[in-house]
Each structure stands twice: as structure tokens, then as C-alpha cells.
Design a binder for this molecule. Sequence first.
Ligand code: ATP
Ligand code: MG
Length: 211
Amino acid sequence: MSKEERNITWQQSSLSRQEREIHNGHRSRTLWFTGLSGAGKSSLAFALEQHLHEQGVRCYVLDGDNVRHGLNRDLGFTAEDRQENLRRIGEVAKLMVDAGLLVLSAFISPHAQDRKMVRDLFEPEDFIEIYVQCSIEECERRDPKGLYKKARSGDIPHFTGISAPYEVPEEPSLIIDTEQLSLHEAVQEIVRYLELTGALQLPLAPTTSHI
Ligand SMILES: Nc1ncnc2c1ncn2[C@@H]1O[C@H](COP(=O)(O)OP(=O)(O)OP(=O)(O)O)[C@@H](O)[C@H]1O
Ligand SMILES: [Mg+2]
């Protein structure tokens, strides 16, 4: 059904995203961390959040586990549910970008097609895909939540890397190899990228007045 058929009209705020960005002192973006379970997405996203927060950046982590506690508690791990999971997260991240925030999204997001679906919700410069690279052997060795052990014994179906595929990003904005970089080095690398691409700078003053 189209938006017209559903009687849905976009309601326009009198505040622009740019005004919110100026208020915050930086641009808004979505950083999309993708990688195997245990690769370090959450560790990296929360460490980066802490660092950016200390620099006065308004940011927030959308984390796979946390989102499944509430918003997406009705979804499982089949390909369809993973897709719907990411669609909802993508829409939430988009609202948060409109709110002027730097969003750090940490989801395995194993399917290239689903990542593209999310990417397509954003303007190109607003979506930064970060491939958190780590071999399956190392992820399984780390096994921070004991999930690989359970997956190997058949207790978790559709487990990425074991019984479900992970499609490596072909052209991520950034690759962070957590077998090579320490958490601190990885945070520095991402901050450098954000600085280079102007994400941490003030946007230009708005040209339109709402008065
Ligand atoms: N350089 C590194 N960067 C990030 N994590 C690292 C690094 N070296 C070791 N680790 C460890 O790897 C583990 C990564 O676990 P984490 O929960 O962050 O993974 P994840 O990608 O979020 O997994 P999941 O998809 O299951 O949520 C942690 O125990 C962390 O301490
Ligand atoms: Mg995680």
C-alpha cells in the first residue's frame, strides 16, 4: 500500500538537521560496524562512544543485543528476521541522524543485500560502513559470550560463521582488523577517519530563516 493509501503525510519540523548539527557542534552520521560475532563490534563501538563523548560529541550506540531486548524482541535469526531487524535499526539510525547525533551501530549484519538496504536509506556521506575484521578462528577462541561453543554443539541454529554465512563487505569505508590493532589503536583510526571526512567539524551556518 502506498503512503497516500495509508493516509500518511510527513510532518515537517521547524528545526532543520543542520540547525541541530550546529547546536551539537559536529555533523551527524551513522557508523555501521559489521563483522562476525566476537570480532569486536560492541567493544569498539562502546570504546569509541566513550572517547567521542569525552570530546563533546553527541553519540549513541545501537547494539544488536540491546535492540533485541526491546524494539526487536519479536525477531529471531532467520534470514527474514535478520533483514527486518536491520530495516528497523536502519530507520531508527536515520531518525537519530536527523536528530543530529553520531550513531554507532553494532550488528553482525552478515548479508550484503541487507547492508545495502540500510545504506540506501541514507545520503552517501551519512553512512560509514566499518568492517570489523577478525578470523573465525580468533572469534571462536575469544568466544566472549560462549555462543560459538553453543553453536558448535547445535544449541544455536543459524549462527553466523558456523551454520549461517557472513558476506565480507566489498567496499567498506574502513577496515579495522582487531587481530592487528588494539582497541585503543582502532578507536584512534576511526577518529582519524571522522576528522578527515569532516564529520567532527561544525557544519556551515544555515542559509534559510524560519522566522
Ligand atoms: N582489538 C580488539 N578490538 C575489539 N575487541 C577485542 C580486541 N582484542 C580482543 N578483543 C576482545 O574480543 C571480544 C569482542 O567481543 P564483542 O562482544 O565486542 O564482539 P561483537 O563483534 O560485538 O560480537 P557480537 O556480534 O556477538 O555482539 C571482547 O572480549 C574483546 O575484549
Ligand atoms: Mg556485540
